[in-house]
Design a binder for this molecule. Sequence first.
Ligand code: DP6
Length: 343
Amino acid sequence: MFKSSWSSPSNIAVMKYWGKYGLQLPRNPSLSFTLSASVSHTTVTCIPNIGKGNHVNIEFYLDKEPNEKFGSRISKWLDTLTLEFPFLNDFTLHIETSNTFPHSSGIASSASGLSALALCLCDLQEQISGIAFERVEFYKRASTVARLGSGSASRSVFPFMSVWGFSPDVPDSSDEYAIAIEPLDVFRTYHDAILIVNPKEKSVSSSVGHSLMEGNPFAEARYKQANDHLALLLNAMDKSDVHAFGKIAEQEALTLHALMMCSDPSFILMKGNTLLMIDKIRSFRKDTSIPAYFTLDAGPNVHLLYPQEYSSEVHQFIETELRSLCHNGFIIWDKVGSGPSRL
Ligand code: DP6
């Protein structure tokens, strides 16, 4: 019996992917931190099929419970992968997955969950065929497969930081898969305190959000801005300029939300406490010069990004000023991590 287990982390985009075309290709390059505490653990066991069907057979369990919603998304994705992984026609995949972060945290599990599953598929293909890829090729392939399931999942298979989407400023970058980039030390130990304002699922799915970019009057300006931002961000990283880095991170987050606000239909995904936190973070920075900057996903929760050396000052600030604005005081203390691992 063939079996594979991987753990793979979530990631937080500093440069946002928002807008896609064709087969899950991004309209602009994105860059993210790979996280370490927010992780999915996935095990896939292959059970030989009796007879052939038209679809890939799966049994999907999230936290030991069958999960129809995520399972049917995975089924559709796997049906598109049978040329890449011919073994999918011959086996029923028994998939068990669990997340280190609670369901009701507002943290999307698609990046960690689908990257973990993509790694299992690549691993199983090697076991079944008896042919192993070079490690660089293995991760490139896993990133490509993960991208086909969810764009942001492509960035989760690498340690520290990764870029997905072609940019003339990033050698070897591609729209098809993410690549690892090698940040200087300060960025390898960055912290991300995830301040949960609302633990409910996103009110607009990423797919709907991306598609709204097609009619957005600011779309072209946004794609140009993203390329300009990436060049500025890479320059800031080269110089370990954490303030220039954080400034772009905030502009990216607010641009993402501005684009949603002016889409048709329009979405306002920030809540009152999101804005109160943003205000407090900016005041704290002004008063202390500590480089704590926020970013946001497509939802109300605030990710506070800061270098490790300021941990104690920032923790004190969070406890006194921000925790009371979190849903039931809920915070996930995350930081940059070293990427997926085979279990
Ligand atoms: C706002 O990767 O969830 O988090 O490709 O449709 O699955 P799909 O979208 P998804 O979009 C993520 C959007 C974002 C920004 C980002 O992570 O870059």
